[in-house]
Design a protein around this ligand. Structure first.
Ligand code: ADP
Ligand code: MG
Length: 639
């Protein structure tokens, strides 16, 4: 018998499969925990040592395996979960390929123990590199207990790719955090090097589970619950003013499987359309449930992406459900998958929308309710305006996109409300892409302070006269620029000035953030943050940059952390300094839609003179626009 050859080829096969399934310790944790969930476990205990390099152990109280099944589950494509092709499209379990156990066993020293309810003892298999070394009875409670030791002991190449223990553990912990949200009724415990890191009791309410896992970030979230035909979306969504700089605050699940799916992310963003500042992402936990035959989860080896049979319908279902969440009750109506989000937005309750904006303080906030707030962050050049008869308008033309959408509700402060009219051919807007004025005089020191302030337009722009010209200053962009330049100067002269908080802000971090902040403690101090990391995921912010409002401390820290996380571990803080300082600057800023007194405006202009001024705010948005007298006169056909 050519037994040797068969064993070798199977072994090789398993190692090749292992390359796909088992990338790092977190992949082992994922496969084992998913198996436990598929086995109906009510309690899962995960024990990890040295980031998973030396030990990953998963114990459950699920249905267990008989002695025969214990041998069988190690065969490739041995699965109890599907029988036929058709089953592949009706999956109700997390696993189905029957590849995980043999793949894991092939690259480690694994011990499998299992006992089915009703049998008086369990059975144990000890394997090394996939080969069975020992098989014996085992005294144990019903359930399954799998220990994976010395991962990649026989694949040195893989071992080399592993990151630090802390990083590998962080990946494991993040997986547990994600899956725990979808299975609140399952108790989950995670230990690392003898310490209990997560201890999640059984919860009936996913909201309570989310609090246990993520901390109190969902305080003001609204519940989401909508059914339409076969589709069901549940979970909760935080209001737009609680936003993040990264998309990972969107926890999306399809049939309880955690996914990072583009279509879903897009739909969620659409559901917050125009309520979020540019480049900001919402915070939500969303469970999409639909008949398994309508979704293919087999398109990605780690099953992170999915494909829906009816992409458009799913997209619009999610987007409209969220849009409706922010609408007034009278707007309540059935979701209309055909009706795009563009129709839904204008019917946003104006007061509600205003309120959301007023509380918003991140950059690039549109200036007004959503319908008047196309995100023209790149400041379209002044262009023609169409005037509705009898309607009062400001004397100078707003950007095109605003013109099209704004039903004017407030008079423009400080300006004549006479209807004006002009023919577009007499007015020549600067051609091409937004080219902010590069009027040399504007950038001479001392110039801003010398301008005559005429007033504030739309609580967003300071209107000035500079000799013959009309100058508009975006107050938010200007302030951001000032903050950025100051921080930069402080940073380079010594460190960012810091204020000690009377009451330290206690917050929860995710494992990746914690790991990074621990390593970059001294960098954080140079940035003005003094933080104390506790065991687990909490930390206390004891001091923050002096210019920050303590109410902004947590958001600012998270944003800075997000920037630093994007930096690889060996890079210096200086490599991302501008980005980090921009993030910080954003949190101390005057926002759009804020009335400024004459004195405040004057002060802002004076401060502009103090910085080494370029015409853009750090986000690349223009700070100043200039209109020559000639251009204005042309509008009125005076020339
Ligand atoms: P899959 O999950 O794709 O079926 P696996 O290799 O992960 O493939 O597992 C193979 C089989 O082993 C499963 O179908 C299941 O029958 C059995 N099994 C694995 N883990 C457990 C567990 N914790 N409890 C009960 N049965 C399990
Ligand atoms: Mg499996």
């Amino acid at each position: 018998m050519t037994a040797t050859i068969r064993i070798l080829s199977e072994d090789l096969c398993n190692r090749i499969a292992a390359g796909e399934v088992v990338e790092r310790p977190a992949s082992v944790v994922k496969e084992l925990v998913e198996n436990s969930l598929d086995a109906g476990a009510a309690s899962i205990v995960v024990t990890i040592e040295n980031g998973g390099r030396t030990l990953i152990r998963v114990e459950d109280d699920g249905c267990g395996m008989s002695r025969d099944d214990l041998f069988l589950c190690l065969e490739r494509h041995a699965t109890s979960k599907i029988e036929s092709d058709a089953d592949l499209f009706r999956l109700r379990t997390l696993g189905f390929r029957g590849e995980a156990l043999p793949s894991i066993a092939a690259v480690s020293r694994t011990t499998l123990k299992s006992r089915i309810a009703g049998s008086d003892e369990g059975w144990e298999l000890q394997l090394e590199g996939g080969a069975v070394r020992k098989s014996q009875g085992a005294g144990m409670p019903p359930g399954t207990d799998i220990e994976v030791r010395q991962l990649f002991f026989n694949v040195p190449a893989r071992r080399k790719f592993l990151k630090s223990d802390a990083t590998e553990f962080a990946h494991c912990a993040d997986f547990i955090g994600h899956i725990a949200l979808a299975f609140p009724q399952v108790r989950m415990v995670l230990r690392h090097n003898g310490r209990v890191i997560l201890n999640l009791p059984r919860q009936n309410d996913p909201f309570l589970r989310a609090r246990d896992v993520l901390g109190d970030v969902f305080g003001d979230a609204l519940p989401v619950e909508r059914r339409a035909g076969d589709l069901c979306l549940t979970g909760f969504a935080a209001p737009p003013q609680q936003n993040r700089s990264l998309a990972d605050g969107i926890h999306a699940y399809v049939n309880r499987r955690f996914v990072r799916d583009r279509l879903i992310q897009h739909a969620v963003l659409e559901g917050y359309r125009q309520l979020l500042p540019k480049q900001r992402y919402p915070l939500a936990v969303l469970f999409l449930d639909l008949p398994p035959e309508q979704v293919d989860v087999n398109v990605h080896p780690a099953k992170r992406e999915v494909r829906f049979r009816n992409q458009r319908e799913i997209h619009d279902f999610i987007a409209t459900t969220l849009l409706d969440l922010w609408r007034a009750p009278r707007e309540e109506e059935a979701p209309s998958p055909g009706a795009g989000a563009s129709e839904a937005v204008p019917s946003l309750n104006e007061e509600q929308a205003f309120d959301l904006f007023a509380r918003e303080n991140a950059p690039n906030v549109p200036d007004g309710p959503p319908e008047s707030a196309p995100q023209t962050a790149d400041a379209a050049p002044p262009a023609e305006s169409v005037l509705v008869k009898g309607e009062s308008r400001s004397a100078f033309p707003p950007p095109v996109s605003e013109t099209a959408a704004v039903p004017e509700t407030r008079p423009a402060d400080g300006f004549a409300e006479r209807p004006v009219s002009f023919r577009t051919e007499h007015f020549s807007p600067p051609a091409g892409p937004p080219e902010p004025s590069r009027h040399p005089a504007l950038f001479t020191r001392g110039r801003f302070g010398a301008m005559r302030i005429l007033g504030q337009y739309h609580e967003t722009y300071i209107v000035c006269q500079d000799e013959g010209d009309l100058v508009l200053v975006d107050q938010h962009a200007a302030h951001e620029r000032i903050g950025f330049e100051r921080l930069k100067a402080e940073f380079h002269s010594h460190a960012v000035a810091s204020q000690t908080l009377l009451f330290p802000v206690v917050m929860d971090l995710d494992f990746g953030e914690r790991d990074m902040l621990e390593k970059r403690k001294s960098d954080m101090e140079r940035l003005g943050f003094d933080l104390e990391l506790y065991g687990g995921r909490s930390c206390a912010l004891r001091a923050i940059p002096a210019f920050l409002d303590p109410g902004e401390a947590e958001n600012a820290l998270r944003d800075v952390a997000a920037e630093l996380l994007a930096l690889d571990a060996s890079s210096a803080l200086e490599d991302a300094l501008d980005k980090v300082l921009i993030r910080m600057a954003c949190h101390g800023m005057i926002r759009a839609n804020q009335t400024l007194s004459m004195q405040e405006m004057r002060e802002l202009l004076r401060q502009l003179d103090e910085i080494d001024f370029e015409s853009h705010c750090p986000h690349g948005r223009p700070v100043v626009q200039r209109f020559s007298r000639r251009a204005i006169e042309a509008m009125f056909q005076r020339t």
